[in-house]
Design a protein around this ligand. Structure first.
Ligand code: FE2
Length: 369
């Protein structure tokens, strides 16, 4: 578990007068001794180097809180050293104080342009140096604290995001599983199987994707299509389970399953159940207007209903019923083309182009028992 992010409290920022690590570059031995005495007297740690290149070698290992640098040294000068330190993300946050005996204005401007945080003149004024170090440390400690605080906040946000994604995925899969089980319960009386529901889902998804529907629509059809016959729960056993052909009157009752299904799924708020309701109501509508319940024609029929109709008719033709044998793929294909006016022509064309995949999905998704 992550700790809750702490609010920034200035009282918890380390004191500026705590021991600091100070890295000093100066090639003058006399100044080196002077810096050592002054800085050790202030209670800080010091590492002295003779030139800028040596400072650059030591800086990442020593991790100073402040860098003091002379300007004129063998090799690169203090200005170039400052530029390099400020260009490196690992050292850019370390305050740099340039100490120079050059007193003219252009030297000061060069130091500031290079990115120096402070400029001090030689000879060194002990009190001034002490106060500058104290002030820079105060700022540095607060910046360090903010950086640490920022890092812990970022990692906490990342961790909470993962937790939220996991929780969302659990809720989503639980929701989909519940929908599938309720669908199976509704189909149970009809002796429909989990495989039939799975096939409708897979074939509808195939067509939806092939026709270029966007992924949220494809997903809504994939998860909503298994509920296309949920309204059969409202059909009396004597009609639903009748082994032979239905009378005209019985067939009229059977046809009400689309309206009953839409009624069961009314006022849905989730995209999946909204699609499921649309499919339940429209999957027996026919392109030529001869379907039910509303006799819709052509594009008046929602695309989801038109898609599921193709998948449902194919599956019904290929499945055995008490009153009919199962058809082969070729027989089912032929019948569908004989009734081509009842299907959206673009979907029938898609079915034709994907027929091998339809055949495979049907053959591979059979009940094992
Ligand atoms: Fe149906």
């Amino acid at each position: 578990m992550n700790e809750t992010a702490k609010e920034i409290n200035p009282n918890t920022v380390p004191l500026e007068d705590a021991t600091a690590r100070i890295l000093v570059a100066d090639d003058d031995k006399l100044f080196q001794e002077l810096f050592k005495d002054l800085i050790l007297d202030m209670g800080h740690e010091i590492l002295m180097v003779d030139n800028a290149m040596e400072l650059l070698e030591k800086v990442k290992e020593f991790k100073p809180d402040i860098i003091l640098s002379d300007v004129v040294m063998p090799g690169i000068d203090g200005f170039e050293l400052t530029r390099r330190l400020k260009a490196d993300p690992q050292t850019m946050h370390i305050p740099v104080v340039i100490i120079t005996s050059l007193s003219d204005r252009s030297a000061k401007v060069s130091g500031l342009e290079a990115g120096a945080d402070e400029l001090l003149n030689k000879p060194i004024d002990e009190t001034e140096l002490s106060l500058r170090i104290r002030n820079l440390l105060k700022v540095k400690r607060f910046e360090d604290y903010l950086m640490e605080h920022g890092k812990s906040l970022s990692s906490e946000v990342a961790s909470k995001t993962v937790q939220l994604e996991n929780a969302f995925e659990k809720i989503r899969s639980g929701y989909i599983e519940t929908v599938n089980r309720l669908t199976l319960a509704a189909e149970y009386r009809d002796k429909e199987t989990g495989s039939h529901i799975k096939r409708i889902s897979l074939c509808s998804q195939l067509l939806a994707r092939y026709c270029g529907l966007d992924e949220p629509q494809v997903e809504a059809i994939f998860f909503g299509s298994p509920m296309h016959d949920v309204g059969k729960i409202g059909i009396p056993d004597s009609i639903l389970l009748k082994p032979g052909k239905h009378t005209e009157e019985e067939f009229e009752t059977m046809k009400t399953h689309s309206v009953i299904g839409a009624d069961i799924l009314r006022d849905a708020e989730s995209e999946i159940l909204i699609a499921a309701r649309e499919i339940a109501l429209s999957h027996h509508e026919a392109w030529d207007g001869s379907g039910y319940p509303d006799g819709l024609k052509g594009e008046e029929i929602p695309i989801s209903g038109r898609i599921v109709r193709v998948a449902d008719v194919y599956d019904a033709l290929r499945s055995a019923r008490p009153y009919k044998k199962a058809m082969t793929h070729e027989e089912a294909y032929k019948i569908m083309y004989e009734q081509k006016d009842k299907f959206d022509p673009s979907l029938l064309k898609a079915f034709d182009e994907c027929q091998d995949e339809f055949r495979r999905l049907f053959d591979e998704n059979q009940e094992s028992d």
